[in-house]
Design a binder for this molecule. Structure first.
Ligand SMILES: [Zn+2]
Length: 477
């Protein structure tokens, strides 16, 4: 916002008349570049861990929060624009720490990308972290969008075999199938994984990730524990966080946590702990991972000592964990609605992953592993079939028995910490100096997490939208 032209002119003319022997005009300081906004009367849940504050005052100037608290703690500045929020609930903007936004082959890089991001913002999501993409392509497209959450992108990294397997025969329970190198599938989507060979200097990976604007690395596949360690150390020297796609074939989640990685995604991926290093390696080379996971991952094996030891290590080391339960539930639902003559191996895998992942997440919570609520939202396909942050939070409350407060922390303060880097210092809580990323709800989300659907308005960096403004024009397919 800029000062109005008449006010600026009045100030200039006051300066002009101050000289040349004219009567001395009192010098009035110019009005602030952007007037403050005061949100008054809401119950404030600031995400820092303190109890909700009733009849709170929250003051925003420009893109930052000036203060937030009880009326005595935070004053409404003179001239502030006051937003009445009596009887409503103010919470930090939500963070979805696991999305996939860019699919060049599915059209989501064009207009669809902007519409999808507006829809996320309308749901109160003010920050997303993309976990698989071409960071440079995604970030340049997002830069031109007016109404969108903050977007951070991770750089995918995988080992040599991910790129060069040739067309290989793999024995499966459907017989022998021929698989192309997985990197080709990824590149077809428009994603740009970087290849890392164990003996290479990891600094070149870090330099390339920096160059494309990535905030950190996501280790994806075909990396052994030595490679994981070298990449993690190099990234941390450069101030970049490192996350793993569950077990990164062959390195297990336990090995990744021990290497000091910042977080891992996909609860079902802890099935990797049920195999030895040699088994994991041979599964990646010649085996059918889906079939092996479907038989090993049961609700009972979630309590296997090897799985529990890894969860304990994650809790002790502070390795963050994104279960992505909603995405798995969506896969189960999608399979159930598709009419099939016989159960497919894919179905066996998805069902096993869903049960195992749920049980692993309960154990993780019991053992003090810190959760970050990432949904694995994918920006294509029918909207009803996409995982959502709201769906993930609902499952954390209904199926994992987190309190609504604990679930909300996983999508605010703890998600910001889990993401690391700049976001960890600027988002996730309502505190002085943080970005003014806020959501006003009509009803109390701490009583019922479903009340996250009662968004009155959402503010990102001091700019306010009502959901209707954002959703208008969005094609729901
Ligand atoms: Zn994902």
């Amino acid at each position: 916002m800029t000062p109005s032209v008449p006010r600026a002119l009045a100030f200039l003319s006051a300066l002009a008349t101050a000289g040349c022997g004219a009567p001395r005009a009192k010098l009035v300081p110019p009005p602030p570049i952007s007037p403050a906004i005061a949100i008054v009367g809401a119950t404030l849940w600031d995400g820092t861990g303190r109890a909700p504050v009733t009849k709170a005052v929250t003051v925003v100037r420009g893109d930052r929060i000036l203060c937030a608290g009880a009326a005595g703690e935070c004053q409404v500045p003179h001239g502030a624009r006051v937003l009445d929020a009596k009887g409503q609930y103010l919470i930090p903007g939500l963070i979805d720490s696991h999305v996939h936004l860019l699919f060049l082959t599915n059209g989501s890089a064009g207009e669809e990308l902007g519409l999808g991001l507006r829809n996320l913002l309308a749901q109160g999501v003010t920050t997303v972290r993309d976990m698989g993409s071409s960071p440079v392509a995604l970030l340049s497209r997002v830069a031109g969008l007016e109404a969108a959450p903050r977007v951070y992108a991770m750089q995918l990294v995988a080992g040599r075999r991910f790129f060069y397997t040739g067309l290989r025969p793999v024995r499966t329970d459907r017989g022998v199938v021929y698989r192309q190198a997985p990197a080709l599938t990824m590149q077809w989507l428009g994603w740009t994984p970087i290849q890392y060979n164990r003996d290479e200097d990891p600094e070149s990976v870090i330099a390339r990730a920096r160059q494309v604007g990535a905030m950190g690395l996501k280790l994806y596949a075909q990396l052994d524990s030595a490679a994981v360690r070298r990449l993690t150390d190099a990234a941390h020297r450069a101030g970049m966080p490192v996350w793993g796609h569950a077990w990164v074939q062959p390195s297990s989640v336990g090995e990744q946590s021990a290497a000091g990685m910042d977080g891992v995604v996909h609860a079902a991926g802890l099935a990797g702990e049920l195999f030895t290093t040699d088994q994991r390696d041979s599964l990646v080379r010649d085996g059918d991972l889906q079939a092996a996971t479907a038989s090993a991952a049961t609700a009972a094996s979630a309590h296997d000592p090897r799985v529990l030891a890894t969860l304990d290590s994650m809790a002790a080391r502070g390795t963050a964990f994104e279960p992505t339960l909603d995405a798995t539930q969506h896969s189960v639902a999608a399979l159930a609605t598709r009419r099939r003559r016989a159960a497919s191996p894919q179905e066996g895998y998805v069902r096993a992953a869903a049960q195992f992942g749920m049980a692993v997440t309960r154990e993780a919570v019991k053992r003090g592993v810190r959760l970050s609520a990432g949904s694995d939202y994918v920006a294509y396909g029918p909207v009803s079939e996409r995982a959502s942050l709201f769906g993930e939070l609902r499952l954390l409350v209904d199926s994992i028995a987190l309190s609504p407060t604990a679930a909300l922390l996983a999508a605010t303060r703890d998600a910001a910490r889990a993401i690391g880097g700049e976001p960890s210092r600027r988002i996730g809580t309502i505190e002085a100096g943080h970005y003014a990323d806020l959501v006003l709800l009509a009803r109390n989300p701490l009583e019922d997490i479903g009340n996250l659907e009662t968004v009155e308005w959402v503010m990102r960096g001091g700019r306010l939208w009502r959901p209707g403004q954002l959703r208008s024009g969005i094609a729901i397919r």
